[in-house]
Design a protein around this ligand. Structure first.
Ligand code: AMP
Length: 218
């Protein structure tokens, strides 16, 4: 199973990726999580990335391509993976196609999760993330607040710096100008699948699994 999760920030890529990674027992590779780990560890990459991420901009292609190349080439990813947050530009999509070629990967799907812009803004504004396991909660449905413990692991729930209203607006703009055009690239390759993300986590998860089954990717 090699799956790329595609969609605007806040459509539920991370949440669904974690569930699918559990289903298929393959790694969830989130470029956002990799960068946040680098930030938390205070590495050179982390220091540079933090400024860019907090502004809602994209980390340069060469940095991201290098990062993903290292992870996809590792033994952990040899049996499959769920890639979440990459590619985000046409350049990255082309580089990924090249990496797949080099790694002999021909069978993969791009799962596009669709959610309305209003719902995205509402979701991102109420989103909390666990500092320890990266799980996502909402102040709306779960009633948690920043600083309270993660129900799963006890880690601290926090609001991401890039989930502030002005940054959200910019990230959606970046998605619409730089990232969404990639979908055409994958449609042309015939590997794109679309799922409606305007439903409960459980229903979206079930629908994704049905869709994957119907395309015989399971
Ligand atoms: P995410 O957790 O996927 O929303 O990513 C958080 C932030 O990390 C993004 O807003 C970007 O600043 C950066 N980032 C993650 N993945 C990429 C990528 N593929 N290309 C450029 N920047 C990225």
């Amino acid at each position: 199973m090699r799956l790329l999760l595609f969609g605007a920030p806040g459509v539920g890529k991370g949440t669904q990726a974690k569930l699918l990674a559990d289903d298929f027992r393959i790694p969830h590779i989130s470029t956002g999580d990799l960068l946040r780990t680098a930030v938390a560890n205070g590495t050179e990459l982390g220091k540079k990335a933090k400024v860019i991420m907090d502004a809602g901009k994209l980390v340069p292609d060469d940095v991201m391509i290098g990062l993903v190349r290292g992870v996809l080439g590792s033994p952990a990813a040899s049996k499959g993976f769920i890639l979440d947050g990459f590619p985000r530009t046409l350049n990255q999509a082309r580089a990924l196609a090249q990496m797949f070629e080099e790694l002999g990967i021909h069978d993969y799907r791009v799962l596009n999760i669709e959610v309305s812009n209003e719902a995205i803004i509402r979701r991102l504004s109420s989103r909390l993330m666990c500092r320890n396991d990266g799980k996502i909660y909402s102040t709306e449905t779960y009633g948690a607040t920043a600083g309270s413990p993660c129900p799963d692991c006890g880690g601290e729930l926090y609001q991401r710096d890039d989930d502030k209203p002005e940054t959200i607006r910019h990230r959606l703009e970046v998605y619409s100008t730089q990232t969404s055009p990639i979908l055409k690239f994958y449609e042309d390759l015939g590997v794109e699948l679309t799922v409606n993300g305007m439903d409960t986590v459980e229903n979206v998860h079930r629908n994704i699994n049905r869709l994957l089954q119907s395309t015989e990717l399971r």
